[in-house]
Design a protein around this ligand. Structure first.
Ligand code: NAD
Ligand code: UD1
Length: 342
């Protein structure tokens, strides 16, 4: 199939492009490179030995979307493109609502026009907000608490409505837990702008000496060691999940939500300890106040994806840390500074 991957040069998108190409699909990417580098797709080509067609542009540019759909026989879309920083979304809600929601509306409108009704959408476990119990299963009520999370929740609802209006639509809503790690080649990985917000990229930068010490946000939660617990999932497992979801949307109409997580929760200190084993030296850290808006525990009930998509995460925490570290070591300053080595 010819798959349009929006946001395909980003972290999860680039890993998914590899699995799509390896599975024999043709891949067309649209990305405005607002949070990624063109080098990522060069690396995807290097890893797979296959071509990726790239349109450098914005989802908000309807004309460009029309061009892409008219120039290519697109069979299905995997829709990653979006802004994803929670703190920034609180400061700039309009930017987030416009980019994420308007972008999706335009994309779906053009898909409808060109008769393409199969879409796999990047949602997030953030749509669950704070729930009373874990593990989190798909039928829980959604209650996102920040503008970023609300864009995901609203897009899920918009896609549900599209499917009611036209039963030809076939939609997978993938609720990712905490994607970490990198491709085993060390050639592609997460390349955050500025100081990372998320735990694993922060730790890798402490390990490499780029940052001084990790701040652990709170140690008084009701967890086994007092630090926050999350469901970390290897990005390559996540990429496979998109392949399974794609196979499912081509066979089944309607809207289907799936958790993509391992079902296992690890604390911040568990992750620090796994990382220390990988690098063979201590990670300096200090305990600070909890981060506002953080929840104590979040992990998935991944059984629906196992039953309906025949998908299950296979990579453990050690491998996630090992692969994240290989990427960091090989590309200490991310993509842009490494262009000559491609
Ligand atoms: P990313 O920022 O690396 O990738 C997103 C890509 O979309 C970037 O390459 C960016 O340049 C592009 N983009 C953004 N707005 C665009 C627009 N208007 N037009 C064209 N391109 C645009 O992020 P990621 O970690 O790969 O996440 C991919 C998707 O998964 C996002 O929708 C994100 O919200 C969602 N998600 C990510 C996580 C995570 O922790 N990484 C967790 C849950 C959900
Ligand atoms: C964050 C986002 C969430 C998004 C998810 C994707 C917030 C509030 N939430 O969630 O919307 O879907 O990323 O991966 O930003 N931690 C530290 N020190 C750090 C960084 C993190 O102790 O420097 C702790 C956090 O308190 C948390 C855990 O590490 O307990 C994981 O944090 P993070 O990687 O930011 O992910 P989430 O908080 O789960």
């Amino acid at each position: 199939m010819n798959i349009l991957v929006t946001g395909g040069s980003g972290y999860i998108g680039s890993h998914t492009c590899i699995e799509l190409l390896n599975a024999g699909h043709t891949v067309t990417v649209i990305d405005n490179l607002s949070n990624s580098s063109h080098v990522a797709l060069q690396r995807v080509r290097k890893i797979t030995g296959k071509e990726v067609k790239f349109y450098h542009g914005d989802l908000l540019n309807r004309q460009l979307l029309e061009t892409i759909f008219s120039q290519n026989q697109i069979d299905a879309v995997i829709h990653f493109a979006g802004l994803k920083a929670v703190g920034e979304s609180v400061a700039k809600p309009f930017l987030y609502y416009h980019n994420n929601i308007t972008g999706t509306l335009l994309l779906c409108d053009v898909m409808e026009k060109y008769g393409v009704h199969q879409i796999v959408f990047s949602s997030s476990a953030t749509v669950y907000g704070a729930q009373k119990t874990v593990p989190l299963s798909e039928e829980l009520p959604l209650q996102a608490t920040n503008p970023y999370g609300k864009t995901k929740q609203m897009i899920e609802e918009i896609l549900q409505d599209l499917s009611i209006a036209n039963p030809k639509w076939s939609i997978a809503l993938l609720r990712y837990f905490n994607p970490v790690g990198a491709h085993e080649s060390g050639l592609i990985g997460e390349d955050p702008n500025g100081i990372p917000n998320n735990l694993v990229p922060f730790i890798t930068q402490v390990a490499s000496g780029r940052l001084q010490e990790l701040k652990v946000f709170g140690n008084q939660y009701k967890t086994h060691d007092g630090t926050g617990v999350r469901d970390y999932i290897h990005v390559v497992d996540l990429a496979y999940g998109h392949l399974r979801a794609l196979e499912s949307v081509v066979q089944n109409n309607g809207v289907h939500a799936y958790n993509l997580g391992t079902g296992i929760g690890y604390s911040v200190l568990d992750v620090v300890s796994a990382f220390e084993q990988v690098i063979g030296k201590p990670i300096p850290y200090k305990i600070v106040d909890p981060r506002p808006g953080d929840i104590a525990v979040s992990y998935a009930d991944p059984s629906k994806a196992k039953e309906e998509l025949n998908w299950k995460a296979t990579k453990g925490l050690y491998e996630m840390c090992e692969d994240a570290w290989r990427w960091q070591k090989t590309n200490p300053l991310g993509y842009e500074k490494e262009i000559q080595s491609v």
